[in-house]
Ligand binder design. Structure first.
Ligand SMILES: Nc1ncnc2c1ncn2[C@@H]1O[C@H](COP(=O)(O)OP(=O)(O)OP(=O)(O)O)[C@@H](O)[C@H]1O
Ligand SMILES: [Mg+2]
Length: 283
């Protein structure tokens, strides 16, 4: 496991320092010639040079083929996100918001262009490496929750922590469920929970690995005003206290106004990318 993580780091280093993009095969060969200590030193240097940007998209497109037709869902999207900042992505239904979040988080792959997350070029990583990056750095609140139906609420929250080999997994997961107001539902299966309760389990799970970057797709879409207010405060506390970078997709103008920047998507293109002018203290 340690060696595996080390290999990813060396690949990242090689990518960032090479003037020519390298293929996976070339990266694998180079891995064998570095010692672990050297790898750590090099990756720290790379990190310090790229400290300010946690996410960088360059001309990212996503297309789907449907018979002979090509559907362009994202069209040459470029933007960079500063570590510790909070931004919203807004736009009409079908404009590509969920697709964009999935690409940024390494859940899906672009058709062309580059996505760099936490100093790593996602295109050059294989599926295992992507999973490792997600588990280490990313929290994701899914629009449709994506809970495992055969696991209880508590077990769903425990999964990312167990994957990381952490200790006191059960206690920490209970604490997270308590924070989202679901301590008394911990042994319920997703099918036994309401939409809003499932959303809160998904939020607790996204917080579990103390992510450096949190992607939240309509995080309050299924919540009443009071619960929504509490959850939003939890999300922004994470941003302030732990320096977690936030990317929120929302149709809620007041929620968007709480972030520092709003990107408008339309038809898969960025049509506006502006700092937020209005400040709303709470919703
Ligand atoms: N796997 C897929 N195959 C084909 N088309 C897809 C696929 N996934 C998404 N799309 C299309 O991509 C477009 C963008 O979808 P996406 O879910 O990103 O929109 P959205 O902005 O999140 O919308 P909403 O606000 O309704 O959640 C839609 O037209 C959708 O039908
Ligand atoms: Mg969506």
């Amino acid at each position: 496991m340690k060696l595996h993580a080390f290999k990813i780091r060396i690949q990242v280093f090689l990518y960032l320092t090479s003037s020519q993009p390298f293929s996976k095969g070339e990266g694998q060969e180079e891995v064998l010639s570095f010692g672990e200590d050297l790898g750590e030193v090099l990756i720290q240097q790379v990190k310090s040079n790229h400290m300010e940007t946690i996410l960088n998209l360059q001309q990212v497109s996503k297309t789907y083929k449907s018979g002979s037709r090509v559907l362009t869902v994202l069209d040459n999207v470029s933007f960079a996100v500063q570590a510790g900042s909070a931004l919203s992505i807004v736009g009409p239904s079908g404009s590509g918001k969920t697709t964009l979040l999935g690409l940024c988080a390494g859940l899906d792959r672009s058709s062309s262009g580059n996505v760099e997350l936490q100093h790593m070029q996602l295109e050059v990583l294989n599926e295992d490496q992507l999973a490792s990056v997600r588990n280490k750095y990313v929290g994701f609140i899914f629009q449709n929750f994506q809970l495992m139906p055969t696991l209880t609420a508590l077990e769903n929250v425990m999964v990312p922590l167990e994957l990381r080999g952490e200790k006191k997994v059960r206690a920490r997961s209970m604490d997270l469920l308590d924070k989202v107001g679901l301590a008394d539902r911990s042994h319920h299966y997703p099918a036994q929970l309401s939409g809003g309760e499932q959303q809160r389990v998904s939020i607790a799970r996204a917080f579990a690995n103390r992510p450096r970057i949190l992607f939240a797709d309509e995080p309050t879409g299924n919540l009443d005003a009071e619960t929504s207010g509490k959850i939003v405060n939890l999300i922004f506390d994470l941003n302030k206290e732990a320096g977690t970078t936030l990317l929120l997709v929302t149709h809620n103008a007041e929620l968007a106004a709480r972030t520092q920047r709003i990107i408008h998507l339309k038809g898969g293109k960025i049509v506006a990318d502006k700092p937020t002018t209005t400040t709303v203290s709470n919703i």
